[in-house]
Design a protein around this ligand. Structure first.
Ligand code: AMP
Length: 423
């Protein structure tokens, strides 16, 4: 019997990896433009880390984590997100004790969700985190990083930004009390999920997509009315910064996000190019989290972006992706030509020109067919008569140009010239 892959965990095939790599390149460039440095983190952490940071009563911790006991009976979890890991590492290696830090990461995350298009059990996130700034200018900067990415990938016109403030823990507690009192009055109208959340995580009721719940939700108390003066000023300033950058945004007072650790600013980018799973990037401020995880009173803000969804957006947009084709394909006929072919190919690669040598023998017509299939730009043909005359034939494969015979020792120079002249 064949062993199959695990549901919700995808293979990324060669037909897609070039697109992924080019997106990853853009991500690296943009992170660097804003002064963020890469951090690479383990996929496994102690379960405690996520329970404490994300919150015991969130969907992620309640039902979506891949958790197991290792051989010594210690509970470990495959990371469902990386903000907590990032903070754990930053505290452990003293990156943020006395100084500020701007970090970014990219890699797989694991959540035991019901797989569907755009929602997987292993998926990839790119994220940034800024530690040490309490002011709204950094919230704006974080949003600008995402916006710069959309611009570089030519999808800005397909993205929408929603922002909200969920205030300080104290004002949120007041809001929470009133919210529970309100929903409690209508307990019989709550759906099963919301009824459960009423006692565990009432703010999440506001997130419900159930159409029957919408009237009730629309008439519920609004968090903005509970914000204290500092939070109000913080939020207004953020709006000014975004306005000055011509970044359009919508205020969404119902936006709460699924993780417990946020304070003040929360935001989400969605796109009109995907179906139900249209959230591509979400984040906000998490001022108490570093302390909660055993560090000092260090403020933080960041976002996480779903790469599968971003790639899907690019496939539906006008982003022009230039696949990198092997530039030269060497057709070799006969024992001596095979040896020469290896040598010339190695010279080409040393000169920075990618080269494939035809392996496994076969007629010239078959070899040229393989060259075509590999999308090569140029063919180099070395047969018995070329060996005798110490020459090779260079044959343009993508343009209607004549082939030419050049000395074997001049192949690399000739090809370099041809590639330069065609750009
Ligand atoms: P979160 O960490 O839940 O705030 O998610 C941040 C982003 O990660 C979302 O906006 C999505 O783009 C992406 N994402 C979250 N969960 C999944 C999943 N199960 N599969 C694919 N992408 C996801």
């Amino acid at each position: 019997m064949r062993v199959q892959s695990i549901r919700g965990m995808n293979d990324l095939l060669p037909s897609d990896t070039e697109l992924w790599q080019s997106v990853e390149d853009v991500i690296r460039d943009v992170s660097e433009l804003y002064g963020y440095q890469e951090i690479r983190l383990p996929l496994l952490e102690r379960t405690e880390l996520f329970k404490r940071s994300i919150g015991e009563e969130t969907d992620i911790v309640e039902k979506e984590m891949y958790t197991f006991l290792d051989n010594r009976g210690e509970s470990l979890t495959l990371r469902p997100e990386a903000t907590a890991s990032c903070i754990r590492a930053a505290i452990e290696h003293s990156l943020i004790n006395r100084s500020k830090a701007k970090l970014w990461y990219m890699g797989p995350m694991f959540r035991y969700e019901r797989p569907q298009k755009g929602r997987y059990r292993q998926f990839h996130q790119y994220g940034i985190e800024a530690f040490g700034w309490t002011t709204p200018d950094i919230d704006a900067e974080i949003i600008m990083v995402a916006h710069m990415l959309w611009r570089k990938l030519d999808i800005a016109q397909h993205t929408t930004l929603e922002i909200n403030s969920i205030g300080s823990p104290t004002s949120r507690q007041n809001f929470r009390t009133d919210l529970v009192a309100y929903f409690d009055k209508y307990r019989s109208s709550l759906d099963e999920d919301s009824a459960r959340r009423l006692s565990t995580n009432p703010l999440r009721i506001l997130d419900s997509k159930n159409p029957h719940m919408q009237d009730l939700i629309n008439n519920a108390p609004v968090m903005t009315e509970y914000l204290d003066e500092d939070s109000q000023r913080h939020f207004e300033r953020l709006c000014v910064f975004l306005g000055s950058q011509d970044i359009e945004f919508k205020l969404n007072h119902r936006l709460v996000r699924g993780l417990d650790y946020y304070t003040d600013t929360v935001f989400e980018w969605t796109t009109d190019l995907l179906g139900a799973q249209n959230a591509i990037c979400g984040g906000g401020r998490y001022d108490g989290l570093v302390e909660l995880l055993g560090g000092g009173a260090v403020a933080g803000a960041g976002f996480a972006l779903g790469l599968e969804r971003l790639i899907e957006v690019l496939k539906h947009s006008r982003f022009e992706f230039q696949p990198v084709n092997p530039q030269v394909y060497l057709c070799v006929l006969g024992d001596d030509a095979e040896v020469e072919g290896l040598r010339v190919a190695q010279q080409l690669r040393t000169a920075g020109i990618s080269a494939i040598v035809h392996c496994g023998g076969g007629k010239l017509s078959q070899q040229l067919k393989s060259a075509d299939r590999a999308n090569s730009l140029l063919g180099v043909i070395i047969g018995a008569s070329e060996i005798e005359r110490r020459t090779a034939i260079i044959k343009p494969l993508r343009q209607d140009l004549a082939q030419q015979s050049v000395a074997l020792d001049d192949v690399v120079d000739n090809i370099r010239e041809m590639l330069n002249s065609t750009g």
